[in-house]
Design a protein around this ligand. Sequence first.
Ligand SMILES: Cc1cc2nc3c(=O)[nH]c(=O)nc-3n(C[C@H](O)[C@H](O)[C@H](O)COP(=O)(O)OP(=O)(O)OC[C@H]3O[C@@H](n4cnc5c(N)ncnc54)[C@H](O)[C@@H]3O)c2cc1C
Length: 374
Amino acid sequence: MGVSVETATTEVEVVVIGAGQAGLSAAHHLRRRGLRLLDDFVVLDADSAPGGAWQHRPPSLTMAMVHGFHELPDAPLPPLAPQLPARDVLPGYFAAYERDHELPVLRPVTVTSVRPESAAPRGRLLVEADRGSFAARALINATGTWTRPFVPRYPGAERFRGRMLHSSAYRGPEEFEGMGTVLVVGGGASAVQILAETAAVARTLWVTRRPPVFRDDPFVPQELGRAAVARVEERVRAGLPPGSVVSVTGLPPSPALLLARERGALQRLPMFERITETGVVWADGHAERVDAIVWATGFRAAVGHLAPLGLREPGGGIRMDGTQAARDPRIHLVGYGPSASTIGANRAGRAAAVAVDRYLKSTAAPPALASIQD
Ligand SMILES: Cc1cc2nc3c(=O)[nH]c(=O)nc-3n(C[C@H](O)[C@H](O)[C@H](O)COP(=O)(O)OP(=O)(O)OC[C@H]3O[C@@H](n4cnc5c(N)ncnc54)[C@H](O)[C@@H]3O)c2cc1C
């Protein structure tokens, strides 16, 4: 069977949504287990080119600033110049991976919803996309977080007359040139990078909810990384929103951090209480006039299209058992929660492929029965 989008519903065994690191790892391992791409499974990706979220990262995020990038399964990373932007080099590596590992991804195809079986023929999941639909026996969701930037609500935000943006829309400090004061909110690596660059062209203020933790060691100690993953794992097992793995390990002495410190941009202030037309005000009445607010406040999992499946728990998250959604053995989430890192995505992709393959085999109808149903 060949697959073409924009036609009637296509039946496949598995749909993988997303071709970032997590989706490609899952696809690679499905193939290794004997599933045939385009016959047995499809990979749908909303972007028009390979590279997952890396292709959208700001040009100032160089390879030197990417910490602990883990190569795709069975594909050694070629030497990459540290000064080159990740958005320029990593998509090429992903494109070569898709080509060399024979993983023809269908793109751009955006999945809009996944519906419970009653709406699909023969008890399958109905995966609806902007260009066609698929009826699948199992689903591996690998949609990352990039499309869901998170901005916390603060009173008065709608009245602010300056420039307000999320870090995902930041393209470099140039747009702040000539501004008086730029306020950066957030305690992670993105905030530090934006502060380091912006401090060269404007006065900066840095606001975080909790006092930042500065580490002396440039590498995340293994036990700290493991503890961060374990914490997120515990949350998703309890059905809570996952939180971030990459942001809970403290701030290493990266080149950006050293530059920000040198430029005097790391004098952290606690969170303000409200936003006014011209700036921000703290609970004690102290006020600052600011021209721009950058929210480096992270992302949420892009899983809105799964809402019709009713996986969300009262705690606000999807309860997980490993990579499997606890409520539905057909559904796996990779690059989600504890696996939202490059190494986690690799491992989760493999685990999900193994589990899905087992599920398909254990639930396959005997051939005679299948032909009667047909
Ligand atoms: C700024 C930043 C820096 C980071 N730095 C590091 C680091 O240094 N080291 C590290 O290990 N990790 C880092 N991470 C995390 C890491 O990038 C990801 O966890 C990892 O790349 C796994 O990506 P993914 O495949 O889950 O998602 P993505 O790379 O985001 O891929 C998701 C794919 O799904 C597609 N998609 C989304 N929604 C749909 C839909 N509805 N239908 C169809 N397709 C869809 C998108 O088009 C995209 O191609 C960083 C994250 C951020 C945000």
